[in-house]
Design a binder for this molecule. Structure first.
Ligand SMILES: Cc1cc2nc3c(=O)[nH]c(=O)nc-3n(C[C@H](O)[C@H](O)[C@H](O)COP(=O)(O)OP(=O)(O)OC[C@H]3O[C@@H](n4cnc5c(N)ncnc54)[C@H](O)[C@@H]3O)c2cc1C
Length: 383
């Protein structure tokens, strides 16, 4: 179906919303993105974009074959928490390299590409409600102003407001996982930059370099029961972080010693949405499938969603059948990846004899482990 002149509204100016806006605009739609935040500010944090996400960024012309600003990964080192002993070295996916991005850099690349393509981006515009009409959808903003569109894409994140218009009200569940995030200056550049995953009982720490290895990104996850509210982020106390990971030795201890500012995320989840679309509006990214970050796939899935959504309009003559095809194509894959991430939450935090047995197994199968996930990394939605 031709999108020329059709009016699309995308709610949410995150990675998913911007990628979808760009993909739709490139097909001739008139796209406006509404973002409730007054500015596109990002706290220091990294993102791993594996080959399945990179191919979308390339197809959208956001990055080239040798992406600027991204730091190419040469695999992951698995370490034991006590002294940092190397358990195994995992090569990168066979499908191609993963890149480490500063989240602000990736958002900036997408933002510039979308603006250059003609997407209208409006900040400080919070959508409060969605009303359905026979041939249009109406967005109602917090300011009270209404606006009509031919199609609405709800990319409003894991705490999506618009998701309830398709799935009813759902209470998010605290996963008992807390993510600490920080960046520190980093000079000890390795020739071949790698991520390190250091696993201990009920906790793990992931580190990887950003921006030409001048920064080290840190994600420290701990299991905790004492969190009540679903907040996106909170300022954390670096001394508290160090105390909670005090029994982690080796490299992690040195890295945490340098943390001067940290933020905490309580990881709340809703299930993968049962209904993603109704013929005039569709969910995309975390709004459709919030996931634990333990496969590093949330942003990659949002990029895949964006490409598949736009491509479905090429293949179908009606909006309703295009959106139905999008839902059918994406829901099973999102469910499978969300389940794989949840399984890693258990695998990374093993204790006692189970941890020792898992480490022994990893020392043997580690170098071949990425094959097990080729269905994730080798999936090229742009092919
Ligand atoms: C600790 C951690 C580490 C992670 N690491 C990785 C990784 O390495 N690789 C990876 O692929 N993924 C990773 N993720 C997941 C990734 O960050 C998310 O999946 C991704 O950002 C989701 O993008 P999105 O566009 O769907 O939503 P978001 O990025 O949440 O964007 C939603 C946007 O919508 C706006 N919004 C919300 N409500 C409204 C409204 N009513 N009106 C207007 N605007 C609204 C919000 O302000 C926001 O800007 C990680 C997540 C965490 C927590």
């Amino acid at each position: 179906m031709k999108l020329d002149g059709l009016k699309f509204c995308v709610v949410g100016c995150g990675i998913g919303g911007l990628a979808a806006a760009l993909a739709l605009q490139q097909r001739g739609a008139r796209v406006t993105v509404f973002e409730r935040a007054a500015a596109l500010a990002e706290v220091g944090a990294g993102l791993q974009i594996s080959p399945n996400g990179m191919c979308v960024l390339r197809a959208l012309d956001v990055v080239s074959d040798t992406p600027a600003l991204g730091q190419r990964s040469y695999g992951t080192v698995l370490r034991d928490y006590r002294n940092g002993r190397v358990i195994s070295r995992l090569p990168g996916p066979k499908a191609g390299p993963t890149y480490y991005y500063h989240r602000a850099d990736l958002l900036d690349l997408l933002h510039k590409a979308a603006q250059t393509a003609g997407v209208d981006i409006r900040l400080g515009a919070c959508v409060a409600e969605l009303r359905k009409h026979p041939t249009e959808v109406e967005l109602v903003f917090e300011s009270g102003e209404p606006l009509r569109a031919d199609c609405v894409i709800a990319a409003d994140g894991g705490r999506s407001t618009l998701r309830s218009s398709l799935n009813g009200s759902e209470t998010p569940v605290f996963t008992h996982q807390i993510a600490w995030r920080a960046t520190i200056p980093w000079q000890e550049a390795e020739a071949e930059p790698r991520a390190a995953l250091t696993m201990g009982p009920c906790r793990h720490v992931v580190t990887y370099p950003l921006r030409d290895q001048s920064l080290m990104n840190i994600v420290a996850i701990e299991e905790r029961s004492d969190w009540q509210e679903e907040g996106w982020r909170k300022q954390g106390d670096p001394d508290d972080l160090r105390a909670r990971f005090a029994d982690f030795g080796g490299e992690v201890r040195d890295i945490l010693a340098d943390v001067e500012e940290a933020h905490l995320w309580a990881l709340f989840l809703r299930p993968v949405a049962r209904t993603w679309q109704d013929g005039r509006m569709a969910l995309l990214g975390d709004a459709a499938h919030p996931t634990l970050p333990f496969m590093a796939q949330g942003a990659c899935l949002a990029l895949e969603d964006a490409w598949v959504l736009a491509r479905c309009f090429d293949d179908h003559s009606e909006m309703s059948s295009a959106l139905a095809a999008y839902e059918a194509a994406r829901l099973p894959r999102a469910e499978r990846i969300v389940a794989a991430a949840a399984a890693n939450a258990r695998n990374f935090h093993l204790q006692g004899p189970k941890r020792i047995a898992a480490q022994l197994a990893l020392s043997v199968i580690g170098p071949h482990l990425s094959r097990r996930y080729e269905w994730i990394y080798g999936h090229d939605v742009t092919a």
